[in-house]
Design a protein around this ligand. Sequence first.
Ligand code: MIG
Length: 705
Amino acid sequence: MIFKLVYGEPDVISEAVISEKKIVVLEPNEKGLYKIEGIFEDKSLIINNNEDEIILKRKINGKKAFGFGDKVGPFNRWGKKYVFWNTDNFIHHPNSDPLYKSFPFFIVVGDNIKYGIFIDYPGYLEIDLDSYGIREMEIKIRGKGFVQYVITGTKLKEILSQYLYLTGKNVAFPKWAFGYQQSRWSYFTEKEVLEVAKKFRTKKIPCDVIWLDIDYMDQYKVFTWDKNRFKNYSKMLEKLHKDGFKVSAIIDPGVKVEEGYEVFEEGKNRYFLKDNEGKDFEGAVWPGRVRFPDFKERKVRRWWGKKVRKMYEEGIDGFWNDMNEISIFATEKDIKEAQNLVKDLKLEEGINLAIKAGVIGEIGRRGRGEEIVHLDGTKHYKVKNTYGLNMLRASYEGLEKNKRKLLITRSAYSGVQRYGGVWTGDNHSWWEHIYLEMSRLMSLGLVGVFYNGCDVGGFGGDVTAELLVRFMQFGSFIPMFRNHSAIGTRKQEPWMFGRKYEKILKQIIEYRYKLIPYIYTEYMFGILKNIPLLTPMFFHFEKDEKTFSIDDQFMFGRSVIVAPVYKPGQESRMVYLPKRSLDLNKLEFLKKGWHEVEAPLSKIPHFLVDGSMLPMQEVMSYVDERVSDITVIVSAYNDRAIGYYYEDDGQTNNYKKGMYNLYKIVYDSGKVSVIKIRENYLHAKRTWNLKIYTRTGLKELQVEI
Ligand code: MIG
């Protein structure tokens, strides 16, 4: 059940919610307050029209809440205050908040109750989840009103599914988006790009996607190519495609102010955000002085979409939407302020010097809300959090409808899953960040963003050989497996650390490719049924209380439990299994409960839940290279198991018309049967080798499917 509760008088339109059918609209009492029996009771609502502020206090019980997307901090969100105000916050300390995205959706898990709360407000928002420990939740906005949806259900899957009913289903990514991806800020020339690509092929390390960061552009001008360093970019793209690579390029919203530059000329006084005087708003980003498209407007999205489409037609397969919080290094006003402040600086000012020194730069809280106005007159501070969503939407709308796309964005708001996926921004090559990214990616799944990833290996800082191995092991079990690192840091391509490590890293990537049939099946099954590919343990084992306190293990698909090593020098770790499972390193059964599991450098602990199957294929240079036979690891302690296999063209949206095959494979006491749930796609017959692990030993069977 979804309840809608309105507070104050909302004056901005939600871009998150796409369907309000089947929703129960509740009526407030005369004070504008609500009570939902057994869930919460509002205590007070202060509407301060002068200040454009609303504060709601309510009584709420609980100890556990999950969600909010890739915010940092504990996986269990209870007991902390969060700020939603999309910000380029590039060092992820335990307390870094706000960050790039806003997903004001969380699921409360109580003793006998579970429910979701979605506070739909795209401007400045604070949610305090009982940080004082007095059973009080506080919601604060800068604006005239907000909407709240309360989603009840008996199971987590049901709650998430309803949230996706409200905000839209996930768009499906192409199959190749599950291959390994190599990035770096930057590969500076076409020669360097081709060399990196060639290394993958000559070293026989699988790779599907090469990424181009800002330096492919001419002076960081969006939709241009540097004429010297990428002189023959068409040829480069052709060559890469021929060798089985896809290419993904970064695009930034800031359009350089430069006479004669097409994008600027077309956009000026027409498509850009305004300042308070009605002139195009200007700020400084990579290209220097820039203006920002108002993606909230359909005509602007259409204009931008055409440019994206052109690049796509030139051979760019994916788009990486960066800096769209909006990240602005400085404005004219900042410079003036800074100049005034430093004019008469004296050491006598002591502490004030330090405070003043922080004037320039977009480190968050200060804003860029007040000074910007949208083309329809909306103050930017009321809709700031949807800027990134709408930028991604522009690319989505500009590209061919029936083709799947690789579109990711750094800044986002609830509903972004309708257009693409996300990555978690600028993490670091720190051990702590393997641990942190686990909870960030699990939490992204819980807010309905199924295609997600982090910079594998770490973006900032110098990675070490051991850390890279452990990061890559973790990265090989997340939806988007992309290695990316920052300019000025140590390079971290798989061959950068000598032979021993290259061999281990190659094996990690190869194993990812073997898992593609399983990964793709689970991903597409999830797309159809609203189940995230990467989830917390509790998502599939919610009857087991213990799973709710586990934040350093997760599930990849419905059947594989992953327990990464995230401390240096660690060669074993504790793992909790909510059900008997097959240790996929040792091929031995472990029963339900806690285990200390060995994890030498080349191994990541991972397990196949008993009663399920893991379809695997041969290693390939890239995902679509060829059709391979399938080997299925069957975890059948009691001689019984069920598995699934999904296939389709991997490239179009024809699956929506039912053009796919979904097989259910049932193994029982020496016999296999294949149930065709759907067979509506050209199917290449292949041999399936079943390796069935039972309590009495290994059995092998072959079937043709
Ligand atoms: O201010 O394009 O998060 O992935 O490599 C930094 C350069 C801009 C931030 C992105 C990062 C990217 C980098 N960008």
